[in-house]
Design a protein around this ligand. Sequence first.
Ligand code: GZL
Length: 328
Amino acid sequence: MKKRLPALLLALALVLGLVLLFFLLRREGPAPVADRHVPIVGFSQLGSESGWRVGNSRDVIAAAQRAGVELIYENAGQKQENQFNAIRSFIAYQVDVIALAPIVEEGWDNVLREAREAGIPVLLSDRYINIGDESLFAGYVGSDFLEEGKAAARFLMRKAAGMARVNIVEIAGTEGSTPAKQRASGFRDTLGADERFRIIHSVSGDFLRSKGKENMRNILARFDEIDVLYSHNDAMTLGAIEAIEEAGLSPGQDIIIITIDGEQGAIDLLKQGKINCVVECTPLLGDLIMDLAQRLARGEDIPRVSHPKERVFSEFDEDVQRIPPRGY
Ligand code: GZL
């Protein structure tokens, strides 16, 4: 028995060494955030439907580089299913934080539950969601769309001060999206009970320039007395203005034009008098997103809602001609 003891000890040491080696080499996924200097953020962007969206994507990517954050960027091409797939790939990759720009408000419960089960916080960017359990996301960074609609209405009430009747046509954004819903309700709530203001037609242009033009052509063919176009984004407005000019009318004169976003193209037309009011909705959310994402990656709490500062540009401003380049 004594003679076999050294061999037994050697075998035991060998087995223990192999077991130790196995655990050392087996990658358990990324090291805990505390040991990793570069947080990984998975960003699900909804599409590239407008100049605003392209500017937003560009700004988020640049902000990640500025912040030293590793960004995994997935563009869903306007399909919610692609956003579900992107989120699931971020979970599989074990990112530290998921940033989501949700195309519409409904349908996110299951996939966000999966993110929580994986212990990955979700930050909403740009648009909101309608979800049973709001603890499934850590916070929201984006515009106050209700206020944007109210600002559009406040401009119109000032512009239409001497008008006895104001027939309004509305070209709205993507159905079911936060900006479309809240820009519509903020506008209507502010016009309130003043019977001079009548929204004679509303249609969705899905935030697309092509649909803005197509819808405005149809509206002009159907209605004679149009006083105001209220359009939920500049891309649709630029399309609508093409249709208005094709019909031989002067945008900004024959039809009051109120638009939202603040893209360079809209500001240029404001300066030319073809648009009367541009409500700013900044796409430059990147630094805010990266700051909040890094705080989440460190396990810190963040504010539930973070709004960027925004302003209104209109014909009533003295400095319209001096508005600096917009960058998107
Ligand atoms: C608003 C954003 C909207 C823009 C559109 O934050 O979600 O989507 O107003 C864009 O230009 O398509």
